[in-house]
Design a protein around this ligand. Structure first.
Ligand code: 4AD
Ligand code: MG
Length: 445
């Protein structure tokens, strides 16, 4: 029996290449599965093996009659995370979560663990699990979360690719700040200093003026000294940017996009969402239009809910949660005070105290998932903002060229992937929403 698999096969047609996810395509047939012992239970005469292969878990049942005494004893000794290849018949089974089980016929052990697997069935503390993240990833809950993450990312790409946006990769090593100088990771760059990008937006703007509708999608970095359940030092952000779009267009795009991501994930990852026991009702309600409120209305909501706030205050996680509790779907808060926002935000024509910006707050206490808005396209105003923020004008010489040559109204936003995954999966902390989280005081493994 061949241990290696044909990686080009889709798991559906050839039974020797079956995967658990595609097991229904092989009902009644003999298949080969490749995976690891997730659990093993024996009733003396029958073994019940839970096999995991990364796409799912399936129960494989084998007696002495089925596999012979020698194999029966060999399987009995198999410990957690033993790797194996097995052959068996796919049987319908109504008691099974996935509707099928395997009648075991034969198996070949590939490797036995050299030590006892450190993650057992008992409860482990988060610190222990985080230190064993490379193994924790194998647990069925983590697999489900990461499969949902992969689906969300695919939905993001499909959304923009299907609507005339071009993907533009922005650099990770950058000469200057985008989101304020207090959260920059600095790194030597030959004889100069460079910074890990906080956002691809500035390059997205240049790209939008070149290609019209673009999106930047990559890792971003913030040396944020906050140990909250919403902050990572390295996270993924998708940032659409559109030439000739204003703040209203930006909000239309943001709500259409988020509705699409949520509804498609429910449709394509129902099994995983059910496995992790996500309540789907609040997600099913994520339909546009989303409520849009001005920053000053948000201040009123806070005051009404015994959370004193005044014009000029920025919102943290607690404030966002209180505001979001007043709505049954994501809420967009627009026109924050210019003074508390990044240098590139466009000043509102009607009220010069305000910026033409928007944050989208997820329901159920998941906080801000989107930040964005219209960009200052007036050269003199932008210059003044760069000076106010004490940013080096020289570093933005290229960025000013975008206003010098064919400046147009333009807007965009950034959606944080991990916060979105946390919300959609209902996982309380972003550390479980990325394979290897990078947080303050955490860079292992
Ligand atoms: O609101 P932010 O800082 O906006 C920007 O970076 C803009 N330049 C984006 C743009 O307009 N193109 O970040 C956008 C989103 C947040 O709403 C949040 O979802 C996520 O990025 N985010 C973080 N996620 C995890 N950990 C952190 N430390 C994050 N900081 C921001
Ligand atoms: Mg923000």
């Amino acid at each position: 029996m061949k241990i290696t698999r044909n990686p080009i096969d889709n798991g559906r047609e050839d039974p020797s290449q079956a995967t658990i996810e595609c097991i229904s395509y092989h009902e009644g047939k003999d298949v080969t599965l490749r995976g690891w012992v997730y659990n093993l239970r024996s009733s003396g005469k029958i073994h019940f093996l839970q096999l995991r292969d990364g796409t799912g878990i399936i129960q494989c049942v084998g007696s002495v009659q089925d596999i012979g005494q020698e194999k029966f004893d060999e399987l009995k000794a198999a410990t957690l995370e033993t790797s194996l290849v097995l052959q068996g018949t796919v049987r319908k089974d109504t008691r099974s979560k996935i509707g099928f089980e395997i009648g075991l016929k034969d198996f070949q052990i590939v490797a036995k663990p050299s030590e006892e697997y450190p993650i057992g069935k008992k409860e482990h503390g988060v610190a222990f699990l985080m230190d064993h993240r490379h193994l924790w990833l194998r647990s069925s809950r983590q697999v489900a979360i990461l499969r949902i993450r992969a689906e969300i990312i695919r939905a993001v790409r499909d959304y923009f690719d299907g609507r005339g946006f071009s993907l533009m990769d922005s650099p990770i090593l950058t000469p200057n700040a985008c989101e304020g100088t207090s959260t920059l990771f600095e790194t030597p760059y030959f004889d100069e200093k460079a910074y890990l990008t906080q956002s691809g937006q500035l390059y997205g703007e240049a790209s939008a003026l070149a290609l019209g509708k673009v999106y930047v999608f990559g890792p971003t970095f913030r040396a944020e000294k906050s140990k909250t359940r919403r902050h990572l030092a390295e996270f993924w952000m998708v940032e659409p940017e559109v030439a000739f779009m204003d703040l209203e267009g930006d909000m239309d795009l943001a709500e259409d996009f988020v509705e699409y991501i949520v509804q498609r994930t429910i449709k394509n990852r129902k099994t995983e969402l059910e496995y992790i026991e996500r309540d789907l009702k609040p997600l099913e309600r994520v339909r546009k239009p989303f409520p849009r409120i001005m920053y000053e209305e948000a201040i009123e909501i806070l005051n009404k809910n015994n959370k004193p706030a005044a014009f000029g205050d920025d919102f943290g996680g607690d404030e966002e949660t209180v505001i979001s509790q007043n709505f049954d779907r994501p809420v967009m808060i627009h026109r924050y005070p210019l003074a508390i926002k990044a240098f590139y935000m466009k000043q509102d024509e009607k009220d010069p105290r305000l910026a033409r910006c928007v944050d989208m707050i997820a329901p159920e206490g998941y906080g801000e998932i989107i930040g964005g808005g219209q960009r200052e396209d007036d050269m003199e105003k932008l210059k003044a903002r760069i000076a106010e923020h004490k940013l080096p004008e020289e570093a933005f010489r290229w960025y000013m060229d975008l206003r010098r040559f064919g400046s147009v109204p333009h807007a965009g936003f950034g959606l944080g992937i991990e916060r979105t995954v946390a919300w959609i999966t209902g996982v309380p902390h972003v550390r479980e929403t990325i394979p290897f989280p990078r947080m303050m005081e955490k860079i292992w493994p």
